[in-house]
Design a protein around this ligand. Structure first.
Ligand SMILES: Nc1ncnc2c1ncn2[C@@H]1O[C@H](COP(=O)(O)OP(=O)(O)O)[C@@H](O)[C@H]1O
Ligand SMILES: Nc1nc2c(ncn2[C@H]2C[C@H](O)[C@@H](COP(=O)(O)O)O2)c(=O)[nH]1
Length: 214
């Protein structure tokens, strides 16, 4: 069984392209747990208090979604489990998790990653699609989507948080080697409002999937 997974910073366009791609492939989209996530708003209110709990929440939900997504071919996952550690360690580096929490998280993540092949028939996705956006675009997209607790006027310190996150994604993608990968320029391709841009992105993904599977 194979899945395609979307990766990218906050507001990059993962959920939007997940929907487009799943519709194009006639498969199921598995979105990140956000709207029903009771910890997320608490995290943005008090990151020091909730960074660890939020990460355990997301890790657990991601693992469950991978198991479900892997039950059929060509399903599409919104954000990869490989980004979980990036997000948690950014928060830990900002002092929002203590050494014990980091140790507990790292051990749990390692154990769960070892269980992936048994739980999901296959350890890795067929393809990871990274949407790269500039920091300026990231901020614009977060504002456009309009989640109150993500806005800079809610918490101006989110500027540095988002800036560091976007910077770390470049290194993360460069080092990612768990599966074939491609990168989409989210600054230039308006696959949300331009049907032509959407077709172009889907054609790029189709081409890569064909290469991988033949
Ligand atoms: N390529 C794009 N061009 C223009 N707007 C986009 C693009 N990708 C996403 N958006 C918009 O940016 C916001 C965030 O998109 P979303 O898919 O939720 O990103 P993510 O899931 O990566 O956080 C939404 O309002 C969406 O309509
Ligand atoms: N601290 C963490 N926050 C996370 C994680 N995964 C998502 N998120 C946050 C970021 C956004 O506010 C929201 C949705 O993410 P998008 O990238 O889809 O905008 O949830 C995580 O693992 N840790």
């Amino acid at each position: 069984m194979s899945v395609i997974v979307l990766a990218g910073t906050i507001g990059a366009g993962k959920s939007s392209l997940t929907a487009l791609l799943a519709n194009h492939l006639g498969s199921q989209a598995f979105y990140e747990s956000v709207e029903e996530n009771e910890v997320l708003p608490l995290f943005y209110q008090d990151p020091e208090q909730y960074a660890f709990l939020l990460q355990i929440y997301f890790l657990n939900k991601r693992f469950a979604k991978i198991k479900k997504a892997m039950q059929e071919d060509n399903n599409v996952l919104d954000r990869s489990i490989y980004e979980d550690s990036l997000l948690f360690h950014l928060n830990a580096d900002l002092g929002r998790a203590n050494d014990i929490e980091v140790r507990v998280y790292d051990e749990l993540l390692n154990n769960m990653m070892e269980e992936l092949p048994h739980a999901a028939h296959k350890k890795h996705p067929d393809l990871l699609v990274h949407i790269k956006v500039s920091f300026t675009t990231m901020l614009k997209r977060i504002q456009k989507r309009g989640r109150p607790y993500e806005q800079l006027d809610y918490d101006p310190t989110l500027y540095e948080y988002y800036q560091e996150l976007n910077k770390r994604y470049d290194t993360w993608f460069a080092n990612y080697n768990h599966s074939p990968k491609i990168q989409i320029d989210g600054d230039r391709s308006n696959f949300v409002e331009s049907p032509q841009a959407a077709q172009e992105v889907l054609a790029i993904i189709d081409k890569k999937l064909k290469e991988i599977r033949h």
